[in-house]
Ligand binder design. Sequence first.
Ligand SMILES: Cc1ncc(COP(=O)(O)O)c(C=O)c1O
Length: 389
Amino acid sequence: MNKSYSYGKQYIEKDDIQAVIDVLKSDWLTQGPTIGNFEKLLCEKLGSSYATAVANGTAALHLMALALGWMKGDVVLTTPITFLATANSVLYAKAIPDFVDIDGVSYTVDIDKLEDKIEYYQKKGKKIKAVVAVDYAGHPCEWKQLRFLADKYEFQLINDACHAIGAMYKNEHHYISMYADTAILSFHPVKHITTGEGGAILTNSKEFQEKVKILRTHGMTKDENRLEKNDGPWYYEMHELGFNYRITDIQCALGISQLKKLERFIQRRQEIAHYYDSVFEGDERFIIPQCAEDISHAYHLYPLQIRFDRISITKKALFERLRGKNIYCQVHYIPIHLQPYYRKNFGFQPGDFPVAEKFYEQEMSIPVYPQLETEDLEYISSTIKMLAK
Ligand SMILES: Cc1ncc(COP(=O)(O)O)c(C=O)c1O
């Protein structure tokens, strides 16, 4: 059978399967010790004081929004080039989402435009509540400058790091928890490591961590310091409305096994990206993703831009032809402000964020995952070059 290639895919090995089997044979399928062990390993790897593993990255964003106290009328900024969940988390908290265009080189938030937007709101007498900056594709944002702005204008700073586990900023893996008040991870199968579905919230704030943990399980607490009374060992109280956003021990066993291999996975992704760089660079039909000097890209995605203004095939036709060759690319992302829901409810229009819109026209995420071998890369890149005419 012919091989087929998606833009991203999990990499599961024998020891991952064994780790899951071991938990299946244990006493705890959920709410057991493996969850805490996974959280501990996340903290060790990413230099965070606290980690809370949850059902998925979207649940992590939702709990983060509630625990940060976002409310009706609060304005929260993010970029249009991210997954819907980033902006939807603002809506879950009934706050107001607004966008800042991306930088045309890093594809992350444009720092100058961010400051302009903050000042625009200031002139209207409104303070920004929070900024959710996205390390798009695995390229870290300008975190030092973001921290500077967060202190200057007193907003909460969040790292949606769903693409960026394993990336480095200023030679530091731990950057994820160094600059932002909280960071969000996803362990969906297309990400660097997987738990099937899964996500996590990282922070150095004990108070924030405690809020998130309680919200993860229905808002229930057994904490002596918070209980109004105590009827006995079974007793719990609910002081706020939470959810069942728990992850299972089965998933966390997979997560631990995968997390131990993070460096190897990232290294292979970088090798693949360098291969693509070498074949597409210098060809005027393509724009390869750039890396700032002081970062190490985690390449959750390899966002290749195609100059459709220089070739005759359309984007749609190219995608269809590639599918015919078993290459299933994807586009990351349709700018969120162009989604009917956001246009209808917030009045966004085409032209509002021109860099993001141009990027959308040209971007195509081509396959990047550790199992790809040199012959796969040759096939994928030569097919793209052959069809992009
Ligand atoms: C940037 C970003 N944020 C949040 C999410 C949501 O994560 P999940 O799919 O685990 O809910 C994703 C998932 O693709 C993402 O790419």
